[in-house]
Design a protein around this ligand. Structure first.
Ligand SMILES: Cc1cc2nc3c(=O)[nH]c(=O)nc-3n(C[C@H](O)[C@H](O)[C@H](O)COP(=O)(O)O)c2cc1C
Length: 407
């Protein structure tokens, strides 16, 4: 007997019709194309946590954050650029390495301490600068600062902060590092003066976002799904209204100058400030060498969490050539895609001095405010500790390239 070939077009149409009528889909409120997507580790069907201590890993906060945030804000947080290839590459790169467990080492005492510019931190994990944190929780950057204080982590504050820098420092109990996007020289100078007056020891110049607006397709799709009016949060006549660094600033002097910056910007910044200067967004050996030539004090190997450029290149894979070029002369930090203690361990083994997280702490913030951020930090520390123990590394200095194998 001949089997009748299936009419796949009709079958698919029928299936979609069935789904469209499904009450489940109606309650989710998003079209099929966006459901479950852009969750980095979607376990469809897994229950959302209801309390902070139920979280087993940072992805538990991600699911809840997605549920709690308005689609436009979720889209801004989750988005990469274009096909999100760099966003995915950041995560996929960790799979290329495995840990090399070592046995019968006394690892009953683990020290994760790291010194950066003369300051000793209990952990190599730091909080990356992220703009507009009040979009995730009413206490925004101040809640993050309290969590950073209670858990002893370094916090870097964005130029796009929605809380005043001085309030963040007060909540942190010490001055944070200040991240700079230049805005034309007059305003840039005023930002630097304000950061210096507030006691910030380090200026982090971000060099990978050449325009304020990127080709963030995921974000734009989510904005279309949001039924609220944007005017509730954003004043169309004053787009900087919630950005506290722009308080009392002559906005007429504002220039979009990021795409004009060249290496002489380092000398210009040096003339203005005694803060250490760190460049964020360096990914090649050539630029690492130029950082040394121009006297930069530190580097953050970063692709902005896959949101700046669709290079398709993971920071874990850019890290080794930067580390090699720098050869221990200045600290090399890294961020983009770190979600597990083992991820952090791998970067440390490849020579990173410290590792930054962005989205994971915002998932915690959106889900439970300060407590959520604290729990995210605790989970990552715990996981890093376990990775160190199983690798026989009692200190960060005992983590080396030999701690890893290539898959
Ligand atoms: C919503 C969002 C806003 C960001 N805003 C800034 C910013 O204002 N300045 C900056 O230097 N980096 C910014 N970043 C990049 C982060 O500092 C960091 O490089 C990135 O989030 C690390 O990747 P991860 O989110 O995968 O951990 C932002 C990232 C996100 C997700």
């Amino acid at each position: 007997m001949r089997v009748k070939p299936m009419d796949t077009t009709t079958g698919r149409r029928e299936f979609l019709k069935f789904l469209a009528g499904s009450p489940l889909l109606a309650t989710l409120g998003l079209p099929l194309s966006l459901r479950g997507q852009y969750l980095e580790n979607a376990e469809i069907g897994e229950k959302l946590i209801t309390q902070v201590d139920e979280a087993l890993n940072v992805f538990d906060f991600e699911r809840l954050a997605k549920e709690r945030l308005p689609p436009a804000h979720w889209g801004y947080l989750a988005s990469g650029v274009e096909d999100n290839a760099t966003l995915r590459a950041n995560r996929d790169a960790f799979k290329n390495y495995h840990l090399r467990p070592r046995r019968l080492v006394d690892v009953s005492s683990i020290d994760m301490g790291r010194t950066l510019f003369g300051v000793r931190w209990d952990s190599p994990i730091f909080l990356c600068p992220v703009a507009s944190q009040k979009a995730y929780h009413p206490e925004g950057e101040v809640a993050v600062a309290r969590a950073a204080k209670s858990r002893g982590h370094l916090q870097v504050l964005s130029t796009g902060t929605t809380s005043p820098l001085e309030d963040v420092n007060a909540a942190r109990g010490m001055p944070v590092w200040f991240q700079l996007y230049t805005q034309g020289w007059e305003i840039t100078r005023s930002f630097i003066r304000r950061a210096e007056d507030a006691g910030c020891p380090v200026l982090v110049l971000t060099v990978d976002q050449l325009r304020p607006q990127q080709n963030s397709e995921t974000q734009f799709r989510y904005i279309r799904e949001d039924t609220r009016s944007c005017v509730q949060c954003h004043d169309p006549d004053d787009r900087l209204k919630n950005k506290r660094m722009f308080d009392n600033v002559n906005l007429e002097a504002r220039e979009s100058d990021r795409d004009q910056l060249t290496w002489d910007v380092i000398g210009k910044l040096r003339e203005l400030t005694r803060m250490k200067i760190v460049l964020k967004g360096i990914v090649t050996r050539e630029d690492a060498q130029l950082c040394l030539k121009y006297g930069v004090d530190g580097i953050i190997v970063s692709n902005h969490g896959g949101r700046a450029q669709e290079s398709g290149w993971a920071t874990l894979d850019s890290l080794p050539e930067v580390v090699e070029a720098v050869d221990g002369r200045i600290p090399v930090m890294v961020d983009s895609g770190f979600r597990r203690g083992t991820d952090i361990f791998k970067a440390l083994a490849l020579g990173a001095t410290a590792v930054g997280i962005g989205r994971p702490y915002l998932w915690g913030l959106a889900a439970f405010g300060q407590e959520g951020v604290e729990r995210v930090l605790e989970l990552l520390r715990l996981e890093l500790e376990l990775a160190m123990m199983s690798s026989g590394a009692r200190t960060l200095d005992e983590i080396s390239p030999r701690s890893l194998g290539k898959q």
